[in-house]
Design a protein around this ligand. Structure first.
Ligand code: 26Y
Length: 814
């Protein structure tokens, strides 16, 4: 073991300023006088990277030679957010940076803001991966994040004049990107297509084409841990860059064809978070990064060895499969062990099963990936053979366990036509986990029931969490200072359950008032942010009520907008008196998958409700609605701390966990929510009296499906709902056009798969309770403080501790 040496920090602010000057001069070619904020940002980022370098090398050496197994987190998404501020915090360089840039004539905030946010994820799953690698490094656990450096991240969202979502490409690498280090000397070859032949009684795969996987390394500094892990994102390059022959014949497009084909693999993140697209390119992406990562791990842990003893592989590293996306890794490791290293099947299987574990992030059966066998056969013919053999072995094992034939058939990994990746993952790994208690239970009872019956010991739960560094300390400095004052220490940043120490302070009116003042200041700051970014004028003396997440029918943004419309109608009709109206500003933020018709129409509706409501003098000062464009991590960091009421209103049994819910509770918003996902655990912890619960339970939902659900009945029964839907259908939000939302209205009245209408009355009713409490600021804020105090459990540090104990069976470096 190498001795741990601290990163070069703490440096003095003067040294930091000198380093920025040097970087400006020698790496960017501008003087400090010529430099813009964007230049200083790049220079500062490089300076921080240099400071972390030694700790990174030490961590790498200890990871290979050390006393503990590493974690490989295989994920198609890492939604990191801006890096500079986080790297400064974790490296302990924030103050020095602030002083340094001021001495150069800049404001720290302008430098931090100059960073372009990388959007290499769709939503919760990608952000969870980012929180997890922060926690792994902070806990000192050796780990690699493995994924793809997409050239284009999640699309940028705008709205056109009709309020429709317009997607534009996110070319984030258009500007200098100082964090990633491309390492051409640690590349891997990834092959596709071709055929499998027998040579000397051995199966030999003769691929048709290959691409070069080149790693781009990002440093992942732990908070005060002196450890720096690696996020290794692969980019695809062509081996035959350029067809000179074609070029010389003036066939310029043909000349770059091989390059384009190869580079397409890492070109774009699929903007889908449901699994309606089954594209060939997506399978290529998955295999590309998983194959490169497995080979990379062998390179790292058996340096320079031609004949490594790979039976020790599972002692060196354990791989977590983040959803079904990397599950092709199971047959790939089998192939590597058998074809590349000559192990027999049984040995290879033993190693493979010990190496992998699988996290499921969904409850929607259609979101479990299933690949046509023909596609796998074309792209990865050897893998299809291996999958078939795994399936045969699995069938035999089930038979031996006494599982009846019909059940075994239902459980097939390979059906002849298709390959079910979730089943392959469950059988091919050691553990399977859901992401919240309720979700894990439903996986066992419903989604993977047969598997749980046959292999009960494999199943476990790890409730999600979020990193307190980014989502409290950075996002909410005011609250962070107050917490530190209340607890008399800032140790809570790496031990979040210490927040419990604030419980008694919820009874201290002075403390509660201080909390209220922080919230008011955050609201004020957000008003400025919204003015700068979106040109909006927001009244900060209204309740800030927020619903931000991907747009999905099951998440039920429809329920929220119908309730808003109903409230609007009530004000217009005078059904509520002016005195009884609690002024509210409702914020939505949501991207819809570009091919998801009803989701996009819902965005259009929200935008047009916003136009009508915000321009109606009758409701001015009482109700405002804003659909904020391009919800991303930056917006989350600004909006969450300013929010007072958070919406988590999915149909029970559909949201696997949610992590926004945790961020809001930790920042002292109260939640209105259903008994779904992690809401259940949040409510248990913060107390039922500090959470606005409404709506059907999973059991009630199931019963209603079974009894035959008729949404029209609910429309007829609640005049508030009827009126809201009639306004949409009647053209109030479409300049009189009665057809504009016809598909949405018809879906509500005839299908309504996620039972928005059935939950409407309960949702509308609970608003009175919410508003009553809000009129008593001291009581509202007392409950908000209790939300903060009791949400320490939802730190991703705790999630990682659970993974270490229940699944990975490893721990920090000594
Ligand atoms: C296969 C492809 C189309 C696809 C791409 C992205 C499929 C799914 C996804 C993303 C899923 C996702 O973000 N799931 C969310 O994971 C969070 C972290 O566990 C959960 O909190 C959240 O409930 C779940 O919807």
């Amino acid at each position: 073991m190498t001795e741990i040496t601290a990163p070069k920090s703490p440096v003095t602010s003067a040294e930091f300023a000198d380093e920025i000057r040097e970087q400006l001069k020698y790496s960017q070619g501008v003087t400090a006088e010529q430099a813009t904020a964007a230049d200083v940002y790049v220079a500062a980022a490089k300076a921080v990277r240099n400071h972390l370098a030694d700790a990174w090398f030490t961590t790498q050496a200890d990871t290979v030679n050390g006393n503990t197994k590493a974690v490989g987190y295989l994920s198609a998404e890492f939604l990191m957010g801006k890096q500079l501020e986080n790297a400064l915090l974790n490296a302990g360089l924030t103050e020095q940076f602030d002083e340094a840039v001021k001495s150069l004539g800049f404001q720290p905030k302008d430098i931090v803001d100059a960073e372009y946010e990388p959007g290499l994820g769709n939503g919760g799953l990608g952000r969870l991966a980012a929180c997890f690698i922060d926690s792994l490094a902070s806990l000192g656990v050796p780990a690699f994040g493995y994924g793809i450096q997409y050239k284009y991240g999640i699309f940028k969202q705008k709205f056109d004049e009709d309020g429709k979502q317009v997607e534009t490409p996110d070319y984030w690498l258009n500007n200098e990107e100082p964090w990633g280090h491309i390492d051409y000397n640690r590349d891997q070859k990834v092959s596709f297509g071709g055929e499998v032949v027998e040579e000397d009684g051995k199966k030999v795969w003769k691929p048709a084409w290959s691409v070069r996987a080149v790693p781009v390394d990002y440093l992942v500094p732990g908070y005060k841990s002196q450890r720096v892990n690696t996020l290794r994102l692969w980019t695809a390059k062509s081996y035959d860059e350029f067809d000179l022959l074609a070029f010389n014949k003036s066939e310029y497009m043909d000349a770059v064809k091989p390059q384009v084909k190869a580079e397409n693999i890492s070109k774009i993140l699929y903007p889908e978070d449901s699994t309606k697209v089954g594209k060939e390119l997506r399978l290529e992406q998955q295999y590309f990064f998983v194959s490169a990562s497995l080979h990379d791990a062998i390179r790292v842990f058996y340096p320079g060895q031609d004949k490594p003893d790979l039976t020790t592989f599972p002692n060196k590293i354990t791989f977590q499969l983040n959803d079904t996306h990397p599950v092709i890794g199971i047959p790939e490791l089998m192939r590597i062990l058998i074809d590349e290293y000559g192990y027999d099947w049984d040995t290879a299987w033993g190693v493979t099963q010990k190496t992998f574990n699988y996290t499921c992030h969904t409850l929607l059966p259609e979101a479990l990936e299933v690949w046509p066998a023909s596609l796998i056969g074309e792209l990865l013919p050897r893998h299809l053979e291996i999958i078939e053999k795994i399936n045969e072995q699995f069938e035999a094992e089930l038979k031996a366990k006494g599982v009846d034939e019909a059940t075994a058939k239902d459980m097939a990994i390979y059906t002849g036509d298709s390959v079910r990746m979730a089943y392959l993952a469950t059988y091919g790994g050691s553990h399977v986990n859901g992401v919240a208690e309720l979700h894990s239970q439903l996986l066992k009872d419903v989604t993977l029931k047969n598997f749980s019956d046959a292999y009960p010991d494999k199943f476990t739960n790890v409730t999600n969490g979020v990193t307190p560094r980014r989502f409290v300390k950075l996002a909410n400095p005011g609250l962070s200072d107050l917490i530190t004052e209340g607890l008399g220490t800032d140790k809570w940043v790496s031990d979040l359950e210490m927040l419990e120490g604030l419980v008694p302070l919820a009874q201290d009116d002075e403390f509660v008032k201080k909390f209220a003042a922080v919230k008011a200041a955050n609201k004020h700051a957000f008003v400025g942010f919204a003015k700068d970014h979106y040109g909006l004028d927001i009244d900060e003396n209204t309740m800030f009520n927020t619903m931000v997440k991907r747009l999905h029918e099951y998440k039920r943004q429809s329920l929220k907008i119908l309730a808003v419309i109903s409230k609007y109608a009530a004000i217009k009709n005078g059904t509520v008196s002016a005195d009884d109206i609690l002024p509210r500003t409702v914020f939505f933020g949501a991207k819809a998958a570009p091919g998801y018709y009803l989701a996009k129409m819902t965005i259009q509706l929200i935008n047009n409700v916003s136009k009508v409501v915000n321009n109606d003098p009758d409701v001015k000062g009482k109700l405002a609605v804003h659909m904020l464009p391009n919800y991303n991590i930056e917006m989350a960091q600004n909006l969450i701390p300013a929010t007072e009421l958070d919406e988590q209103i999915s149909q029970a049994g559909k949201e696997a966990s949610g992590t926004g819910n945790m961020k809001f509770a930790l920042n002292g918003a109260l939640t209105v929510g259903t008994l779904d996902g992690a809401n259940v655990e949040i409510r248990e912890r913060v107390g039922a009296e500090n959470f606005f619960l409404f709506g059907m339970t999973v059991e009630e939902v199931d019963k209603l499906y079974a009894d035959g659900y008729n949404p029209a009945k609910y429309y007829e029964a609640d005049p508030r709902l009827k009126q809201a839907i009639d306004l949409v259908a009647g053209g109030t939000f479409s300049n009189g056009d009665r057809n504009a939302y016809a598909p949405l209205v018809s879906d509500w009245l005839t299908k309504d798969w996620f039972m928005t209408l059935a939950d409407f009355s309960a949702y509308a009713d609970i608003q009175a309770e919410i508003e009553k409490l809000y009129r008593d600021p001291l009581e509202w804020n007392r409950k908000a403080v209790l939300n903060v105090a009791n949400s320490g459990f939802f730190s991703s540090d705790r999630s990682i501790e659970d993974y270490l104990e229940r699944i990975w069976h490893t721990g920090p470096l000594a």
